[in-house]
Design a protein around this ligand. Structure first.
Ligand code: HEC
Length: 142
């Protein structure tokens, strides 16, 4: 009797985890495709130019709209109100070189695009780091 209850409980736990994971991946897919524009140019660099468009099409897939982060199948830290964005070198490095579960998406961006998207996240979602990074700084971090 006790054993059965335990098994039912753990099956319930699994089902819940599964539902959460699905919910996260569904909204991640939607967030990844808010527009019908091509995501990659023929040179396999992301086509979007503005920081906002790059965020919406690349970063939001994992970090969620508004940069609020997510957890489910994995942990996607919030970029919103994130004090680790204060030192601009940190987000530049993470975008260029990846970090554990985060792929190096900056390899498919120009230096200008990396600078744009880093500047965008550092000045939105509760972050107000106004010192803009330049494409040159990105070049030096590649
Ligand atoms: C495929 C999913 C994915 C995409 C796309 C993605 N990230 Fe991430 N990102 C992650 C994960 C997972 C981590 C956590 C890595 C760790 O700490 O182990 C992370 C961590 C970060 C961090 C470090 C946060 C902290 O608190 O230390 C920054 C900054 C960041 N991402 C920025 C971006 C930006 C900007 C983009 C878009 C250009 C982006 N990410 C796209 C998955 C993603």
């Amino acid at each position: 009797m006790f054993e059965t209850t335990k098994r039912v409980m753990s099956a319930y736990g699994l089902a819940t985890a599964f539902t959460v994971a699905c919910a996260v991946s569904t909204s991640a897919q939607e967030a990844a495709q808010p527009s019908a524009e091509p995501r990659l140019s023929p040179t396999r660099v992301f086509a979007h130019k503005s920081g906002e468009a790059l965020f919406n099409n690349v970063c939001a897939a994992c970090h969620m709209p508004g940069g609020k982060g997510a957890s489910g199948a994995g942990i996607y830290p919030p970029l919103a109100s994130n004090p680790k964005l204060e030192a601009a070198g940190y987000p530049i490095t993470v975008v260029l070189h990846g970090l554990n579960g985060m792929p190096p998406v900056g390899k498919m961006m120009t230096d200008e695009q990396v600078a744009e998207v880093v500047n965008y996240v550092r000045t939105h979602f509760g972050n107000s780091y106004e010192d803009k990074v330049t494409a040159q700084e990105v070049t030096q971090s590649r």
